[in-house]
Design a protein around this ligand. Sequence first.
Ligand SMILES: [Ca+2]
Ligand SMILES: [Ca+2]
Ligand SMILES: [Ca+2]
Ligand SMILES: [Ca+2]
Length: 287
Amino acid sequence: MKKLLTLLFVSSLFLACNDGDIIITSFDFEDSDLENCGEIGNYVFFKINNNAQESISLKLNTTDSLFWKTKTNTYTLDGTTKFVNYRKYDADLTSAYFCNSVPPIAPLVTVEYLGTSGTATIITTVTREDNDGVEETNLTLDTDGDGIPNYYDDDDDGDNIPTAAELGDDPTNPKDTDGDSIPDYLDEDDDNDLILTRNEDLNGNLNPLDDVTAPSEIPNYLNPDVTTETVINEYRSHTYDLSSDIIVQVLNVVLINSEEQINQEVLDFGDKTDVLNTTVTKTPVFQ
Ligand SMILES: [Ca+2]
Ligand SMILES: [Ca+2]
Ligand SMILES: [Ca+2]
Ligand SMILES: [Ca+2]
C-alpha cells in the first residue's frame, strides 16, 4: 500500500508544473535516513535525498519533551508552528541546512510545497538500563521504594551498596551473606545484625564498603559482630543508561504550492534509533 501511494505521489509530482517547466523529482526517500535537530520548542525531522536534491521535513514547535519518555505524541499540522515542507534545490544539501541556527544561503530552493493540514505522530520508545548484572523482567517492581524501578536502579535495595557489588561471582546464584534467603542486593541488612547496611557507614560517605573495623578485614555491614550505627538518611547518586528510538509518521497531509495541491494519505518519515543516548545521574530523594 505504501509503495502504491508513493508511486501515485511520484506521478503527480511528475506532472506538476512550475512556470511551464516540468518538475522532475523522484520523491524517493525510502533509502534516506530520518534525521532530526532541535529540542523542546523547536523540533525538526527531515530526510534528504541528494540523488534528486530534494528534502521532506516536519517542523514541530511544541513545548512537549518528545524523547525522554515512552509515549506517542500526535499533533495537528497548522501551517505556522507545525508543518511539513517538500523542497527541491539547485544543489546537494547537508543536514546543516536544517540544523544550523542561521539558515544557509545555499543551496537555493527551486520548488517548495507546504503541508498545512494533517497529523504528525512521534512514537518514542525509551530504554533504561543500569548494567547491574540483574535481568529484571518486572518493569514496575521498586524494592526500595525510591521511585526508580529495579530494572534501572543500580542499588536495588537502597542500602548504598551498588547491586553490582552485592551479587557475588555468580549472578544466577546471588550472594546471601546472612543466609536468610534474601540475596544481599535485595537485603537492607546484609549481616542480619539488626543495623541497616546503609547505617553501617562510620564515616558517613554514603559507601559502607569502606568502613572496616580491625582486626576484621570485611566491612562492618557484612560483619555481624560490629553493630555501630551511623544514621544515614540519604541515598548515593545513581546512574543509568538511557536511549530512545523514534518513529515519525504524517497522515492525511495536503501539500500545497502556488500551482497545485497534493493529497498524501501516508507520509512515512521512518525511524531513528538513539535519538537520545546518554547516561543519567540522579540522586533519589530519601523518604
Ligand atoms: Ca528503586
Ligand atoms: Ca544495594
Ligand atoms: Ca540476606
Ligand atoms: Ca547490618
